[in-house]
Design a protein around this ligand. Structure first.
Ligand SMILES: Nc1ncnc2c1ncn2[C@@H]1O[C@H](COP(=O)(O)OP(=O)(O)O)[C@@H](O)[C@H]1O
Ligand SMILES: [Mg+2]
Length: 353
């Protein structure tokens, strides 16, 4: 059997460039080399697409150092520019391991659609709906999924009436969020009304649409991995115990003191509820392939709130998504195999093959 030329795409223009390098290098490291010829494609912070040459013919220590070069951002030194439009000439399947804007929001998925190549993860629709916190909330609402009360607005609407509406409809503390970012970038927890406007001004540096959300009481962070197009495979539920005030960018990637509890210490009916909510949310947003669904649980009442769906969650060795799949009986390489299979399955179904 011919090997699949698997383009693993990492880096990107988003604020989560560095995280993507770590995730992408982990995927390249783990992917089954009997099945795939890895085509490592990096996107620089400036948005330039480059083919990394360091993996070519590398094995043993050379392979390890090539992985390290991707992880630490040193890969560009040994790379050459490529034209994204020519991607179909160098790969059979594209696997974007990009986070945030241009990677997780449907834009690069649109490019793969135009190129006519199969790719891993959500399509344009699921990526775009999941990425936009406000649109996702409106869809969750229509499914009757419990979520924290929120007020959404655009930068043009910032002013006294929005502030009044937030103060009237929501109880402090609040979370002020730009709608289109991830990794906690641009998010502020606000405990007093005086802090609200500065937090919105700060968020304005990142986006033009915002969502202010009431904090879930003593929130516990629970996450579940989902894989599938039609029949869904759900992993176990995991819990993150952040050491910082909330699960910030630093806590996620720079500080390994946050603890992951897998499986989460919750009751079977709570796990069942999360599985049910995750399936409904994933389908409602139009997700396919894979995603991680994030929940918040009230620390006192144990009420469960859906928070968001991440369509390209962290894939590092210490990330929740692969760990939750592994806890449900898969190996890391099998997770990658399944993502590729699901990508082909969807491609074939959509192209009547
Ligand atoms: N309504 C909320 N109640 C309690 N904590 C929240 C709430 N919204 C966000 N947080 C905290 O902020 C973190 C980041 O918010 P999230 O909406 O998940 O954004 P991101 O897309 O950046 O991950 C969450 O993991 C959680 O720690
Ligand atoms: Mg999150």
């Amino acid at each position: 059997m011919n090997k699949i030329r698997l383009a693993v795409i990492f880096g990107g223009k988003s604020t989560e460039h560095e995280v993507s390098l770590v995730s992408g290098s982990a995927v390249i490291n783990a992917a089954d080399k009997e099945k795939y010829d890895i085509v490592p494609v990096g996107i620089t912070k400036a948005g330039e697409w480059r083919l990394y040459k360091g993996l070519e013919g590398a094995s043993g220590a050379a392979f390890d150092s090539a992985i390290q070069a991707i992880k630490t951002g040193k890969w560009t030194a040994d790379s050459e520019p490529i034209d994204p439009w020519k991607l179909p000439e160098i790969c059979d399947f594209a696997l974007p391991i990009l986070h945030g804007k241009n990677g997780e929001d449907g834009t690069i998925q649109g490019l793969f659609e135009l190129l006519g190549i199969p790719y891993g993860g959500c399509g344009v629709l699921g990526s775009a709906t999941a990425m936009d916190k406000t649109v996702a909330k409106k869809i969750f609402e229509s499914e009757g999924l419990r979520q924290a009360p929120y007020v959404d607005f655009t930068s043009a609407e910032i002013g006294q009436s929005v502030i009044e509406r937030i103060n009237r409809e929501l109880k402090y503390p609040l979370f002020v969020k730009p709608v289109n970012l991830g990794s906690s970038v641009g998010i502020t927890k606000v405990t007093e009304p005086e802090e609200l406007l500065p937090a919105i001004e700060y968020a304005k540096g990142f986006d033009r649409r915002f969502c202010v959300e009431q904090a879930v009481n003593k929130a516990r962070e629970l996450e579940i991995s989902v894989m599938g197009n039609d029949d869904l495979f759900l992993g176990r539920v995991g819990e993150i115990v952040p050491r910082q005030a909330f699960y910030t960018y630093d806590a996620k990637y720079n500080d390994d003191s946050s603890e992951l509890l897998i499986p989460a210490p919750i009751g079977p009916d709570e796990e069942w509820k999360i599985r049910k909510m995750a399936s409904a949310a994933y389908k409602a947003l139009g997700c396919c392939g894979f995603a991680r669904c994030d929940f918040l649980m009230d620390g006192d009442t144990h009420d469960i709130y859906i928070n968001e769906i991440n369509t390209i969650p962290g894939f590092t060795e210490i990330s929740m998504f692969p760990k939750l799949c592994i806890a449900a009986g898969m190996t890391y390489p099998q997770v990658i195999d399944r993502i590729v299979e699901l990508g082909y399955e969807r491609y074939n179904a959509e192209n009547n093959r």
